[in-house]
Design a protein around this ligand. Structure first.
Ligand code: HEC
Ligand code: HEC
Ligand code: HEC
Ligand code: HEC
Ligand code: HEC
Length: 210
């Protein structure tokens, strides 16, 4: 049996407070999205600059990628260049560029290798072969690394404070925006998804793990 009060219309001030609650909910939602998307990643990653800057575009105009990133006779990939790939040109300055001066003073003259930070570097438990992909499967560098080969400057390196891994492992955006600019994403599932597509199998653990 209903009482009379059940049938009474909602008073106007209660409807207004419904709106107030909704507005506060919206403000809270927006604030948490901002902190989740902008503030949290900034806290999670520490930023480091490369020891010296390097201009791919200027160098690639004069030589191939393989002058610096080549396969050794045993099939292994040389990876980042050593001083041997630079000395033929940079024994003496060729420009007024401060990065070139620093490069010559601090590294070439002291015969000290540049401690480059590797954006794509995998955890030590992972096995990755460039030969299988570049030679075996005829893949282009940019498929996995983005457009760095055409860049005029090395971007900053970001390290995950919790795992110590490069930010490139987990990527720069959940929606995978701007990957060509930032380089690819190298999560376990990114490797496995492409393997499934190309070979019909995600592979077993010891294919990729040491
Ligand atoms: C004159 C030498 C030189 C040439 C030529 C050159 N690079 Fe590089 N490359 C470097 C140096 C120096 C770095 C910085 C060290 C690093 O990040 O590994 C680098 C870094 C890279 C990286 C980043 C690897 C990582 O994850 O840190 C990629 C990818 C790359 N180069 C691709 C290319 C491609 C593609 C070409 C040809 C279009 C090319 N490079 C030509 C010297 C060279
Ligand atoms: C075939 C010759 C040649 C080789 C090999 C070479 N460079 Fe250069 N490099 C140049 C020239 C030429 C310039 C000047 C480009 C300009 O200012 O227009 C230059 C400029 C630079 C600069 C200053 C401007 C910039 O690009 O940031 C740095 C730093 C540099 N090179 C580093 C390296 C490193 C590191 C290597 C080895 C991985 C290397 N270069 C290998 C020819 C070479
Ligand atoms: C299938 C994806 C893929 C392709 C294609 C690929 N790379 Fe890589 N590259 C990687 C991964 C993953 C790493 C990290 C490897 C590791 O840490 O063991 C890496 C590392 C590197 C490094 C740093 C290596 C080091 O340890 O010093 C350079 C430089 C590089 N790649 C250049 C290139 C160039 C140049 C090409 C084209 C000739 C290329 N890569 C093609 C995925 C790829
Ligand atoms: C865009 C596609 C693609 C991506 C991304 C990719 N791979 Fe591959 N991978 C291939 C193809 C294609 C082959 C060759 C398969 C074959 O020859 O049967 C291969 C082969 C391999 C092999 C077998 C090599 C051998 O000879 O036994 C290993 C190990 C491997 N990939 C590891 C990785 C790892 C680790 C990653 C991620 C960091 C990765 N791959 C990312 C396409 C990819
Ligand atoms: C196609 C290559 C590939 C295969 C196959 C693969 N993994 Fe991975 N795995 C990776 C790569 C690359 C990473 C590093 C990136 C990441 O954390 O996503 C990784 C990371 C991991 C990690 C985290 C390690 C750390 O230090 O963060 C674990 C645990 C792991 N894999 C277990 C497995 C197991 C178990 C299997 C078999 C069911 C397997 N993986 C199969 C490529 C592979």
């Amino acid at each position: 049996m209903s009482t009379q009060s059940d049938n009474q219309p909602v008073p106007a001030e209660n409807r207004a407070s419904g709106w107030v609650i909704f507005v506060f909910f919206l403000i809270g939602l927006i604030a948490s999205l901002i902190s989740g998307w902008i503030a949290f990643p900034n806290l999670l990653y520490s930023t480091q600059q490369q020891p010296i800057d390097f201009n791919h575009k200027a160098h690639v105009a004069q030589m191939d990628c393989s002058s610096c990133h080549f396969f050794r006779d045993d099939g292994s990939f040389a990876g980042s260049p050593t001083l041997d790939e630079c000395k033929s040109c940079h024994m003496y300055p060729m420009s007024n560029d401060p990065d070139e001066q620093k490069f010559i003073e601090e590294y070439v003259k002291k015969d000290k290798e540049v401690p480059w930070l590797i954006y794509a570097e995998q955890p030590p438990c992972v096995f990755f072969s460039h030969a299988a992909h570049v030679k075996g499967a005829d893949m282009e560098c940019r498929t996995c690394h983005g457009d760095i080969g055409q860049s005029t400057s090395l971007r900053e390196y970001q390290e995950n404070r919790l795992t110590g891994y490069s930010r490139d492992i987990w990527g720069y955006s959940m929606l995978r925006l701007g990957e060509a600019k930032h380089g690819g994403r190298h999560k376990m599932n990114d490797c496995a998804e492409c393997h499934l597509k190309e070979t019909g199998s995600k592979g077993d653990c010891f294919q990729c793990h040491k």
